[in-house]
Design a protein around this ligand. Structure first.
Ligand SMILES: [Zn+2]
Length: 238
């Protein structure tokens, strides 16, 4: 009988294990390297601080010739500020159409005189073409709220500001419009601001603010995609 001879490769036992070990560690090393590569790129994308940039409006130049018609400090048929300037309270301005809303914290008559001892609560709704709003005030408690809905893809109309504000009022409004965004983010300034009817100071309604004290009025703001909710409280010092 011819016995089929099996062929064996003779290799020293220790050399054999050595080779296996080398091969395995090479594979592991390769795997770690690959994985680490992915991990690195991944973590770079996730953790690298995204650049946030500040958008300012310092360069806005007023083109208003007759400054007595300034929408904020002057008088114009297109601005209600003339009337509201007599108020002690605060308001909100829709900048794209300069629609001024009063927080109904106190009651006033038609000529802007405060009606004392009036304890009514009022609800107002409206659509100015630029914004939809609802305004509610409880005079007896000194609290009021205005909710604004902006149009989808709202955009600030700078022309409306440069055409109708004197340079000094324009500067105040421009300062209130500063906001932050990521470099590649599509984000517009919210075309709204707060106004102190008494001092004509302007306060920001950009979405990184949460609250502000305007004299004795405490203002709280909340922001959603295209809606802004502003609550005000009359909190005089005791
Ligand atoms: Zn002005």
């Amino acid at each position: 009988m011819h016995e089929k001879r099996k062929k064996y490769y003779h290799i020293r036992k220790d050399l054999f294990w050595c080779t296996i070990l080398l091969a395995v560690s090479f594979l592991i090393g390769y795997a770690i390297h690959q994985h680490h590569g992915i991990f690195l790129t991944h973590s770079l994308k996730a953790d690298a601080p995204k650049e946030r940039i500040e958008i300012t409006f310092d360069d806005l130049q007023s083109s208003l010739n007759d400054i007595s018609t300034c929408y904020l400090c002057g008088s114009s048929d297109y601005s209600m500020m003339d009337y509201y300037r007599k108020f002690d309270t605060v308001g909100l301005i829709s900048l794209n159409d300069w629609h001024v809303l009063d927080f109904q914290l106190k009651a006033y008559d038609e000529s802007g005189n405060e009606i004392l001892n009036k304890t009514s609560s009022n609800m107002l709704f409206g659509n100015t073409g630029e914004i939809t709003y609802s305004s509610h005030g409880d005079v007896s408690r000194g609290m009021a709220e205005i909710d604004i809905t902006l149009p989808e893809n709202y955009k600030l109309n700078k022309r409306n500001l440069t055409d109708h504000l004197c340079q000094s009022c324009l500067d105040k409004v421009a300062a209130s419009l500063e906001y932050w965004k990521y470099e590649d983010e599509k984000k517009e300034p919210i075309p709204l601001c707060l106004v102190d009817f008494k001092t004509l100071d302007i306060y920001s309604l950009q979405d990184y603010y949460r609250s502000v004290f305007i004299r004795d009025y405490y203002v709280e703001m909340g922001f959603e995609e295209i809606s802004v909710e502003v609550k005000t409280f009359y909190l005089p010092k005791r």
